[in-house]
Ligand binder design. Structure first.
Ligand code: GAP
Length: 459
């Protein structure tokens, strides 16, 4: 049941074969680094989103939700510093003309410390001095590093000019800051309180890759947790624990997760402290999410640029001030990738090699599959009736084609935790067998008890 080095390729192949993730625009030859979530991918994604919303919003008194627009006033991005500073250092290989992130090239060859916080000039010098090679053609001849802004631009309305120009948001976070006044006034929340949202973000990444790990269009699940400045360290630590706890709830193996605090030189321009939760992907440790102490930077900048009052009045102390913020920011697509990689398993069952996805039942795309043993003698009718009875509670499939063995294999590969077989004994005693995905164990149960048993197992 061990994961091999080629597990990434195997996961990618399974995603395509079983309808989790397809290449974007495939029939036109594909659009590089775009991916479409297929029928099982979207179920998995929705289950993860529901779990996140429940854990961080629904079950907490101090949290509320939001769904803000992707297109925002262009001044938002001037205020936040994204127009000036949301850039990556771009270098070109002079031989093969491939483009790279200069800091990543250094990081991959010399470690994260060597790349952190370096200016464009320093990046160019390090690459030259250490004769770093182009990962594509091996040349050491690069252009000087230059700033490349990662925000996508588009035009709003029918006239294309500078005044109609808008950006696709590079993070969902700013939708929360610009709604801070509305939410704090209407929801009558006392500090500390948080606002969470799930939505698309866009970044013109220089080097997207590793399947859905780094793409140009992706989803984030972000929280801005508004606090008083004093005591931020304690709340920061609480959020570190809460976030890890949620990943564990999804069934992610603890030993493949770790915290990594950013070196001061590596910190984003808005952050005083950032801790990433990293996951050990088949291609190495990678950032799954980040928790940042953004201080009062964003609200202050919006106060300055919008000329609006975004302060908070504390009725207990009679003080008015700008709240500080702790920001847990999750990548939706990276969470899906982590769940997929974490679930991929191979073993042998009944003397036959098999592949199965050991998703936690709570997030499995299909919870149960109903199989009549054969397509006659009334078995399909009973199977359909069971499916009808369960479908409002769970995502359930009905399958009557092919051998039972083949049907099991298919459900194993999409990670269905329970298969229910209707056979000749069902006609006699109204019982069916439940077969568990991971152990392959089978148990006979009464049809009328099925819903209760499955509900219990899903908890
Ligand atoms: N609001 C803070 C923020 O956006 P970030 O570290 O740039 O911080 C947060 O992004 C999370 O979004 C990352 O930890 C990652 O999971 C996800 N993310 C960022 N860029 C991504 C990309 N190009 N493709 C997929 N996910 C990405």
């Amino acid at each position: 049941m061990d994961k091999k080095d080629d597990s990434m390729e195997k996961v990618v192949a399974l995603c395509k074969r079983r309808g989790f993730i397809f290449q974007g625009s495939e029939i036109y030859g594909g659009l590089a680094n775009t991916w479409d979530f297929g029928p099982y991918g979207v179920e998995l994604k929705n289950n993860i989103k529901r779990s996140w919303w429940k854990h961080f919003i629904q079950e907490r008194e101090d949290m509320v939700g939001l769904d803000s627009s992707i297109l925002m006033h262009p001044k938002v991005w001037e205020a936040t510093g994204h127009v000036a500073s949301f850039t990556d250092p771009l270098i070109d290989c002079k031989k093969c003309h491939e483009r790279f992130r200069g800091d990543k090239l250094i990081e991959e060859n010399m470690g994260i410390e060597a790349a952190a916080g370096k200016s464009l000039k320093e990046i160019s010098e390090i690459i030259k001095k250490n004769k770093l090679k182009c990962p594509k053609c091996g040349s050491t001849d690069f252009t000087e590093a230059r700033e490349f802004n990662m925000m996508f631009k588009t035009n709003q309305g029918v006239i294309e000019n500078e005044t109609s120009m808008v950006y696709l948001r590079p993070e969902t976070a700013q939708g929360i800051f610009v709604n801070f006044r509305n939410i704090s006034a209407i929801m009558r929340k006392k500090l500390p309180f948080g606002v969470g949202q799930i939505g698309k973000a866009f970044r013109n990444e220089i080097t997207p890759g590793n399947f859905i790990f780094r793409t140009r269009e992706f989803e984030q699940m972000e929280i801005e947790y508004f606090i008083k400045e004093e005591g931020w360290e304690k709340l920061f630590k609480e959020w570190e624990d809460l976030c890890k706890e949620w990943f564990e709830k999804l069934g992610i193996d603890k030993k493949n997760m770790r915290y990594r605090e950013h070196d001061p030189k590596e910190l984003a321009f808005y952050s005083k402290k950032t801790v990433d939760i990293e996951y050990k992907f088949p291609f190495g440790w990678g950032e799954l999410m980040g928790i940042a102490y953004r201080t009062d930077y964003d609200l202050n900048r919006h106060i300055k640029f919008s000329n609006q009052d975004l302060t908070y009045f504390d009725q207990e102390t009679n003080e008015r001030f700008v709240p500080h913020v702790i920001e847990p920011s999750f990548g939706m697509d990276r969470t899906v990738l982590t769940v997929l990689v974490n679930a991929y398993a191979e073993d042998s069952l009944g003397g036959e090699a098999r592949i199965f996805m050991k998703f936690d039942p709570k997030i499995a795309p299909v919870k149960a599959a109903i199989f009549p043993l054969i397509k006659k003698e009334g078995l399909p009718e009973i199977g359909r009736k069971i499916w009808n009875d369960l479908k409002s509670e769970f995502t359930v499939e009905y399958d009557e084609s092919g051998s039972i063995g083949k049907r099991y294999r298919r459900q194993d590969e999409i990670g269905t935790p329970f298969c229910v077989t209707v056979d000749f004994d069902t006609l006699k005693d109204n019982t069916v067998t439940i077969r568990e995905r991971d152990s392959g164990e089978q148990k006979r149960v009464k049809i009328e008890e099925l819903k209760g048993i499955l509900t219990e197992k899903m908890r």
